[in-house]
Design a protein around this ligand. Structure first.
Ligand code: APR
Length: 246
């Protein structure tokens, strides 16, 4: 209880100069598998076979079957208390933005307006030739989907070996350099996203972590809460919805 009280006090003390950096762990309580650790996707599948440009070139159908499966998981999932609490904090002027490594759309569906996707979005497809991007609300009927221009369409996500969208990364660096950061549900091993909390720390801002496990960020954090995000933010959401003044 007092840990959650401290977390809410820390959040409020930032007076809105706060951004959230989220990873797969925040969607774990919505039933979406994480990548590393127990039951992680990378324990079952080899990323080189499914999440690289070479894999897509070699076998676009295999890659699309895996993404269609993941798209259905996302479309059938619901935002959990952590996603909803972050949207509430934004509405109350206590959170500026969510910078997410996740490709799911649960932050948007929870009501967050300011979401920066560092690794793209699984509910979007992009033409490999003309670059047209289309947002979907269900997995494509036929895979691989073909663009009006005749070329293959790919998931609009960042694969291993590919650069991050430069505007998203620049905005994320700016946000994390100028605000405190609450890091939720990331193993903090994939760069450049894992670098972002250090920008906040180097600028003298506060870093908070919510993760049931220890991570490389745990020592850097001013407060590290060893809890599942859904649990920690269920309490935060209840306090905020009880009309607790910001
Ligand atoms: N609440 C909070 N954190 C959780 C929960 C939970 N309920 N369940 C698991 N976690 C934590 C794990 O302890 C782990 O530290 O979430 C983290 C998930 O780590 P990863 O699976 O590595 O996910 P992430 O850090 O987002 O991966 C980064 O790697 O594969 C690429 O592009 C992919 O965006 C992904 C990137």
């Amino acid at each position: 209880r007092n840990t959650i009280g401290r977390l809410l006090e820390l959040i409020k003390s930032c007076n809105g100069e706060l951004v959230a950096l989220t990873g797969a762990g925040i969607s774990a309580d919505s039933g979406i598998p994480t990548f590393r650790g127990k039951d992680g996707l990378w324990n079952k599948y080899r990323p080189e076979e499914l999440a690289t440009p070479e894999a897509f070139r070699k076998d676009p159908v295999l890659v699309w079957e895996w993404y269609a499966w993941r798209m259905n998981l996302v479309f059938n999932a619901k935002p959990n208390d952590a996603h909803i609490a972050l949207a509430l904090l934004e509405r109350k002027g206590l959170l500026k933005a969510v910078v997410t490594q996740n490709v799911d759309n649960l932050h948007e569906r929870a009501g967050s307006k300011n979401v920066v996707h560092l690794h793209g979005r699984i509910d979007e497809v992009r033409c490999t030739e003309c670059g047209r991007v289309e947002r979907l609300n269900k997995a494509p009927e036929t895979i691989p989907p073909v663009c009006d221009c005749g070329a293959l369409m790919r998931p609009n996500v960042v694969w291993f070996g590919e650069p991050l969208p430069v505007d998203a990364l620049n905005l994320a660096v700016e946000l994390c350099s100028q605000n405190s950061v609450i890091v939720i549900g990331t193993s903090a091993v994939v760069y450049p996203a894992a670098q972002l909390p250090y920008y906040a720390k180097n600028a003298g801002n506060t870093v908070v972590e919510v993760n049931p496990e220890i991570t490389p960020l745990t020592d850097l954090a001013d407060l590290s809460i060893r809890q599942r995000a859904g649990e920690a933010f269920r309490q935060i959401r209840a306090i905020l919805e009880a009309g607790d003044s910001p």
